[in-house]
Structures are given as C-alpha cells and as structure tokens.
Design a protein around this ligand. Structure first.
Ligand code: FES
Length: 121
C-alpha cells in the first residue's frame, strides 16, 4: 500500500501509523470496474504475477517508483521492488511488466519482453 504517496509494507505497518495519512491500495488503482490501470494491464500482458499478497505489493512499489521516475532503468526497477522479493518465483516477468507499464503510463504503446517499443497497429 502507499501512505502519502510512498510504498510501505502493509504487513508491518500499524493502523495508527496511517492516522491522518492518505492511504492508497491496489483496490483503487483501476480507474473504473472495467478498465485496468496501465501498470495492471502490463502485469497481465507479461504475466508479472505472484501470489495474492505479493502481486499487490509489487504493483504499489512499482507505482511509487514510476510516479517518481517515469523512465527507470532495469536496475532501478529491481532496486525499487527488492523489498517485495520472496523465494517463490523469479522476477524477470515483473521487471518486464514494470518497464512496459512505465511506457504505457507515459502514454506510449508499451514495450515487448526485450524492452523494445511497440508500435500502434
Ligand atoms: S509469491 Fe507471494 S509469498 Fe511468494
């Protein structure tokens, strides 16, 4: 989740720490019930998925990064999500998803697995 626009681990944040803060969770990322946020769409496209606890954490950590750095390098992406690593999976699909989500959030068509820009059909 995000407190005042910065990602925090909801599993270690006390409710009292959120008192007076703006709280943003994955549940309000999408603009409406039928449209995914560009970052969510990129995660779906590239299978940047983990379990139901980790995927929201990855999305909110990635959103924090992209709201402060619209075009991060892969190293910057990996540094931004390092607090969400677990032993269950690899992370290349998530890095690819975030790189693509960054492009979509900039209003570009997105990127493929290799980071190459997609062209509108
Ligand atoms: S994918 Fe969630 S604990 Fe590993």
């Amino acid at each position: 989740m995000q407190l005042d626009g910065r990602a925090v681990k909801s599993c270690t944040a006390l409710a009292v720490q959120a008192d007076g803060s703006t709280v943003r969770t994955v549940e309000n990322l999408a603009p409406d019930a039928s449209t995914l946020h560009p970052l969510q769409a990129a995660f779906v496209e590239h299978h940047g998925l983990q379990c139901g606890f980790c995927t929201p954490g990855m999305l909110m950590a990635a959103l924090d990064l992209l709201e402060h750095n619209a075009a991060p390098s892969d190293d910057e992406i990996r540094a931004a999500i390092h607090g969400n690593f677990c032993r269950c999976t690899g992370y290349q699909s998530i890095v690819t998803s975030i790189r693509d989500g960054a492009a979509r959030m900039r209003g570009e068509p997105g990127t493929n697995w290799y980071g190459e820009p997609l062209h509108e059909a």
